[in-house]
Ligand binder design. Structure first.
Ligand SMILES: *[C@@H]1O[C@H](CO)[C@@H](O)[C@H](O)[C@H]1NC(C)=O
Ligand SMILES: *[C@@H]1O[C@H](CO)[C@@H](O)[C@H](O)[C@H]1NC(C)=O
Ligand SMILES: *[C@@H]1O[C@H](CO)[C@@H](O)[C@H](O)[C@H]1NC(C)=O
Length: 382
């Protein structure tokens, strides 16, 4: 449904701009996929996603330098998209501008960084990332072969958005990959003009196919990346699971779940907050996804409640619906020094608790996303 306005928007731009200009435009999905630092003008098809990735010329105003990572770090399993970087040795703030967006729509923005000793200095940098003028995340590269992925979901108030690398005096900022994917306005209700979500974890419990590394596009039409957590008690099936409307979790993710070992057992998940230098006590949003995968015998019931740090987190008991996704989430960020979620069966439950997937985010401020950094004037849609 969201594809219709995109197509209308795209065609005039293509006609007016010609081939070169078209590279700086979203594709027919509304996706922008940029392999930073590659030389030449030609894009290529990524083997995993079959999406077209383009060089970053035309997104950066010519700033920065194209560099190759050291051959020492190129392995057969390394994505081609990480072979090159663009580094920004001069200027405190260097930005990528992503254009032809739909004002007011929600977008997923993902940046990836692999240092790979591209400068021969064996000194991975630390620098800040901004979306527009808003602090997003500090990128702290600790090892040359570390692949660091940073992802956010934000409302873009204008027809463009800037992703900026900020030199904080701890090494030269660089970037390997930049991706933008449109969502729907109705999705992720926690995301507003003033608040974005920064991804901490997105886990698919269980795994259908041994050879599948992660689940993303085309299984997930929004190209979210779902990692796996595999447990011996996993359950799965192959029928379609109707997604819930707010998060549209793909059926392949919902078709597998983790199950408690015994009927009276619980499922637990715990984590510590990750403070950011400029966001020292981040608030957390947790979204849990449930669907019943088995036809339960007559009189059988799978029902559980969810606690956070031993206190009820969701007021109602959860009874997953057969082949239909339900999402349970908090709307306002929680601030704890430790997070310990437990999913416990109710007294009348005859089946152990399950969970199909979870997403964990911290909140980021996006109040000034529409601010144009070039001329310094402030404006907003309000
Ligand atoms: C990067 O590698 C490619 C292919 O191996 C080569 O053609 C190009 O000149 C290299 N670029 C730099 C900046 O060294
Ligand atoms: C970067 O990571 C290292 C290793 O985890 C840590 O010791 C250091 O404090 C971090 N620096 C910043 C600025 O986050
Ligand atoms: C989480 O809570 C459960 C039960 O409330 C407890 O047994 C477990 O030790 C806790 N785990 C962590 C890591 O805090």
């Amino acid at each position: 449904m969201a594809a219709t306005p995109w197509l209308l928007l795209l065609c005039p731009s293509l006609a007016a701009g010609g081939v070169l200009q078209a590279r700086a435009q979203p594709d027919s999905n509304g996706f922008i996929s940029i392999d930073c630092g590659t030389q030449g003008k030609e894009g290529y098809v990524d083997t995993a996603t079959k999406l077209l990735y383009y060089p970053d010329t035309g997104f950066t105003d010519g700033a920065g330098t194209c560099r190759n990572i050291s051959a020492d770090y190129i392995t057969s399993s390394l994505c081609k998209c990480l072979y090159t970087v663009r580094s920004f040795a001069s200027g405190v703030r260097n930005c990528y501008t992503l254009r032809s967006l739909v004002p007011g729509l929600k977008y997923l923005i993902r940046a990836k960084f692999m240092y790979g000793n591209y400068d021969g200095l064996q000194r991975p940098p630390i620098f800040d990332l901004h979306i527009g003028v808003n602090y997003w995340q500090t990128v702290n590269i600790t090892k040359p072969d570390a692949e660091k992925s940073v992802e956010a979901i934000v409302v873009v108030p204008d027809d463009f958005v800037q992703v900026c690398l900020i030199n904080t005096g701890a090494g030269t900022p660089f970037i390997s990959l930049l991706e933008l994917r449109p969502l729907k306005k109705t999705m992720y209700p926690q995301v507003t003009a003033a608040q974005g979500l920064h991804l901490s974890d997105r886990i698919n419990f269980g795994r259908i196919d041994e050879n599948t590394d992660v689940i993303r596009y085309p299984d997930d039409p929004h190209d979210r990346i779902w990692t796996h957590l595999v447990e011996p008690t996993d359950i799965s099936m192959t029928r379609k699971v109707i997604p819930d409307s707010l998060f549209e979790v793909p059926t392949v993710v919902m078709q597998t779940a983790m199950r408690a070992r015994i009927v009276s057992g619980g499922l637990g998940l715990s984590w510590d907050p990750e403070p950011q230098p400029k966001n020292p006590s981040p608030g957390y949003i947790t979204i849990m996804h449930f669907s019943e995968l088995h036809v339960l015998p007559f009189n059988a019931i799978r029902e559980f409640h969810i606690n956070l740090n031993g206190v009820s987190w969701y007021p109602n008991n959860v009874l997953p619906k057969y082949l239909s996704g339900t999402a349970i989430y908090n709307s306002f960020p929680s601030l704890k020094s430790h997070y310990n979620i437990s999913i416990m069966p109710t007294a009348r439950s005859t089946q152990p608790p399950i969970i199909n997937a979870i997403e964990i985010y911290t909140v980021i401020t996006t109040t000034n996303l529409g601010t144009d950094s070039v001329d310094g004037t402030f404006y907003s849609d309000a």
